[in-house]
Design a protein around this ligand. Sequence first.
Ligand code: 5RP
Length: 225
Amino acid sequence: MNQDELKKAVAQAAIAYVVDGEVIGVGTGSTANFFIDELAKIKDRIKGAVASSEATAARLRGHGIEVFDMNDVPSISVYVDGADEINAAGAMIKGGGAALTREKIVASVSAKFVCIADGSKLVDVLGAFPLPVEVLPMARNAVMRKLASLGGQPKLRVKPGTTDAFITDNGGEIIDVAGLSITDPVALESEINQVPGVVAVGLFAQRGANVCLLGTAEGVKTLTF
Ligand code: 5RP
């Protein structure tokens, strides 16, 4: 199976976690897109969805799935999203698709986080994938200096083919931090969260995944944390 087939397989497997009659939390990215397409097939069983990005909201609406404002949804049973890396404890790096802040917010009100990922995302130590950090634009250089002092190599994310900063759905910018070997993700998440100007860090360790559906050549493996 190629990577897309693995992503589709885990997206199909995630449907088993959908709770009938409820509002589902939906993540962002290529794996989440496969999940949205699967969700569309059972859309009559759910009330709707809360989206973690404008792109996800548009895809959900395109399938005729109602998208709720999170302010109107007090709690969510299940949140389904991909990851850039996940470790054996369910801690993740997310934000490759720049939606980390809204993903973190939706995950924070969800009782269960179901991570869907192809097998390449499972790692021993987080950090080979550059860690995304969303910042307020005025704090960009100050936050980059702080991230460098933590041992990383921070780089401003730019719009493809330009030198202009990439702008998130929230009006923020993204700093990608390479060169980190994250042996204590819970502590690093706290430390980066406390830097003034940081909106969110793409470490999902304090609220990690509860379940990971991992696509492998042998089939979908279920890891629980
Ligand atoms: C978006 C994310 C994605 O979940 C992550 O980048 C994985 O994406 P993909 O499923 O395309 O590999 O965090 O902000």
